[in-house]
Design a protein around this ligand. Structure first.
Ligand SMILES: *Cc1c(COP(=O)(O)O)cnc(C)c1O
Length: 367
């Protein structure tokens, strides 16, 4: 099966004798004991089984686990590690996960945040207690590119698992398990959900090994699982993912070039641009450059806020990956400990007509 076919068919499992064309939502929390049955919906339920099936197939993994948020997925990996483990994580890690590591896991796990655009920084940070390498590429919000193959080669020598946050690329454009990663993580709240109305997360494993068993234990006993309704919504959204991603990437590429040529713009971060420092690596590990970009407005926070306030079709809101275009001054959302430049605007390019989006940006950037 090809990607588009997997997306439409692998998330549907019909057991109903009426043979509905789409899988019904099974709200039951408990199931009559019989052979092959699920027992209790925290451990498994039909909609989650179907969702996990399509997620595993999209990422070429053996198994998947769905969670109630992207952060819950990340947390389950951290909880599966032995206490006092050491982690190597990217300096531009998604702010919420970085915050989780530096607060909730403070004193429990030890973390080194390194610039992973240079793979040798990962090698240098590894010590005898390193139990995990966390990669995020393209990164949020600076669109930094890390070389997944090179980092996985370093990790394999020391038998350290690599988890890759693939939220920005999606399985449509990048499959980290095929590049050597052990586990892929997604915030399904973003492109997989695609309509800014589902909170969710997922992990997909290359092998059902000891680490995976521990993660499944955290998932089913910790219970940070999505509801049957959320699983249904996600399986439904995933059916259009390949086509949505083509549109997001096409729009983002053209908007990135438009911004780069605009006199009010200081710098554009988009891995599809030839002068992006990670472009060459991105081109070898991605089949498209995604729908996210960031740019620096000439001036500071005020100038950036003014541009955002003039836009009509881009909603000033956090999050990303929906059909509607979203925009935000990222440092304002990340709070006082943010290292993101004050004049950086992050754009989640939506699926409105490209001409409308370009016209809107053009009028908002006029002084
Ligand atoms: C949003 C996001 C997360 C966290 O996911 P939630 O669903 O908000 O918990 C993790 N990584 C990246 C790259 C994200 O954009």
């Amino acid at each position: 099966m090809k990607l588009e076919t997997i997306a439409i068919h692998a998330g549907t499992q019909i057991t109903d004798s009426y043979r509905p064309a789409v899988q019904p939502i099974t709200l039951a929390t408990t199931f009559e004991h019989h052979e092959d049955s699920v027992i209790y919906s925290r451990a498994a339920n039909p909609n989650r089984i179907a969702l996990e099936n399509v997620l595993a197939k999209l990422e070429h993994g053996q198994a998947a686990a769905a969670f109630s948020s992207g952060n819950a997925a990340g947390m389950s990996v951290f909880q599966a590690l032995p206490p006092s483990s050491h982690l190597v994580a990217p300096d531009d890690m998604y702010h919420g996960l970085r915050h989780l590591l530096t607060t909730v896991f403070k004193g429990i796990l030890e973390v080194d945040f390194v610039d992973m655009t240079q793979s040798e920084n990962v090698a240098k940070a590894i010590n005898t207690k390193t139990a995990l390498i966390w990669v995020e590429t393209p990164s949020n919000p600076l669109l930094k590119i890390s070389d997944i193959r090179a980092i996985c080669t370093i990790a394999q020598e020391k038998q350290i698992p690599v988890v890759c946050d693939n939220t920005f690329a999606t399985p449509v454009f990048q499959n980290p398990l095929l590049l050597g990663a052990s586990i892929v993580m997604h915030s399904t709240t973003k492109y997989l959900g695609g309509h800014s109305d589902i909170l969710g997360g997922a992990l997909i494993t290359k092998e059902e090994n000891e680490l995976w068993d521990k993660i499944k234990l955290v998932q089913t006993t910790g219970g940070a699982v999505p509801s049957p309704f959320d699983c249904y919504m996600l399986s439904r959204s995933i059916k259009t993912l390949p086509y949505r991603m083509k549109g997001h990437a096409e729009h983002a590429g053209i908007i990135a070039t438009f911004l780069q040529n605009h006199p009010q713009v200081e710098k554009v971060y988009y891995p599809g641009l030839l002068d992006h420092p990670g472009h060459t690596i991105a081109a070898t590990q991605m089949t498209g450059f995604g729908g996210m970009l960031s740019f620096l407005v000439k001036g500071g926070a005020n100038e950036a806020d003014t541009v955002i306030s003039k836009l009509q079709y881009f909603t000033n809101a956090t999050s990303l990956g929906g059909v509607e275009s979203l925009i935000e001054r990222r440092a304002a959302s990340e709070g006082p400990d943010s290292k993101t430049p004050q004049n950086l605007i992050r754009v989640s390019v939506g699926l409105e007509h490209l001409d409308d989006l370009l016209e809107d940006l053009d009028q908002a950037l006029k002084q």
